[in-house]
Write a protein that binds this ligand. Sequence first.
Ligand SMILES: Nc1nc2c(ncn2[C@@H]2O[C@H](COP(=O)(O)OP(=O)(O)OP(=O)(O)O)[C@@H](O)[C@H]2O)c(=O)[nH]1
Ligand SMILES: [Mg+2]
Length: 459
Amino acid sequence: MLAPRRNVWPPPPPATESEEERLARVDAEREAKRVSNAIDEALALEREQRKRPSNAKILLLGQAESGKSTILKNFQLHFAPKAFQAEAEAWRPVIHLNLVRSVNFVLGLLEIRHPSTYSGDAQPSSPDGALSGQLRRLSISLAPLRQVEETLSNRIAGSRPPEDSRERDRYHPAKASEISLRSGSGWTAFLRFRRGSSSAPDRNEKAEELQTRRILSACARDIMTLWAAPEVQQGLKDREIVLQEQSGFFLDEVQRICQENYTPTPDDILRARVHTVGPEEHFIHMEGGGNENLKSWTVYDMGGSTSQRAAWAQFFDDVHVIIFLAPISAFNETLAENPTVNRLADSLKLWRTICSNKLLTTVEFILFLNKVDILTRKIQSGIRFAEHVTSYRNKPNEPKDVIKYLSDAFATINQTYSPRKRKMHRHVTCAIDTKATATVINDIHEVILLNALSATNIL
Ligand SMILES: Nc1nc2c(ncn2[C@@H]2O[C@H](COP(=O)(O)OP(=O)(O)OP(=O)(O)O)[C@@H](O)[C@H]2O)c(=O)[nH]1
Ligand SMILES: [Mg+2]
């Protein structure tokens, strides 16, 4: 006689099985089969979904103030204009803060130039040491803006600024200070702010905002007078400070921005400056429907200052495209976090590090040579590129020649240091020009789709 079979499923019924037990067993087996089929179907579906992702994953890299967050805003404006517009109101405090910081920066400069008047000394030691009566009056009438700056900073970044921002917020002799945000309390507060409809600001916040708007409206005329004052313009010129080229510059728009009923325009939002601290993940759901297989994009916007860069590598794994921003206008500037390092040299070095990274061997790169408008203005104002980049020697000091030289330099680094031959797409951009950037986005749209779809075996 054969021994009863073991290790088979379902096990053979015991010889003594009653009719009732048999019915119960058949029921249990049917249920087990149903569960097993359901699991198989779920696994098949998951496999299918993995092949058809809802996401293209894009990484924005580049040094601080290269324009990463501005490109992200362009993507949002281009692909999800309704969502972009819905957040417009939330940018108002950021724009107000950018403006107020510029005003306080100018007042700070006057304070340094004319300490005797500020300290109340009636007998300034030299004629230069005295502020004109008009500027003295303005410095008093605009004094409330220091409090406005503090209120807005606290509201946007949270009452305790992140370490990195405290470092940056120290008074910089040539630069208006910036607002920093990081994922965490400050950032979520800002998001809550931006996505105000789901959690409306409380009564205190509303009252505070109203108060800020009233103060700004009352100060508008004095801010304009201050900005137009020959003494202020001369003071900036003497220090070779061009505030117009700095991030978050709104001093030429005071009348409009200080109106009590001001709502930011897309151009204002693109020019608003918030320093990103920590990686930010943004989902863009294509409002026009997008590609059938790819209805949303995930864009990772990284903080670009040197202390932030260590966090980049954790996003290299399954990224489809990297967009690297190099601010080509920065050839005569140094890093805010390290004044001994030239910003262009830092950008080239960073690009080389990214090109040679083995984890990114198969990733396609899109290079934006950004801030071409500022580069053009600088060269046309007589700044000589070769004085800052000696290898340029005696080539023509013309924007188009400088741009070509830089574009070739970045391309050569890609060819030389990439572990394998890599496709690279180059664009010369001005990220605050929405129309020109829309054309570039149309050009790179297909590159992003192709990479995302082929990475997931759909193509
Ligand atoms: N004039 C000009 N300004 C630009 C351009 N691109 C960006 N900006 C401005 O430069 C400032 C800095 O840009 P961001 O996008 O915040 O820079 P980022 O790379 O995100 O900087 P971090 O977050 O600090 O890493 C913003 O105020 C932008 O409006 C450009 O092409 N031309
Ligand atoms: Mg940023």
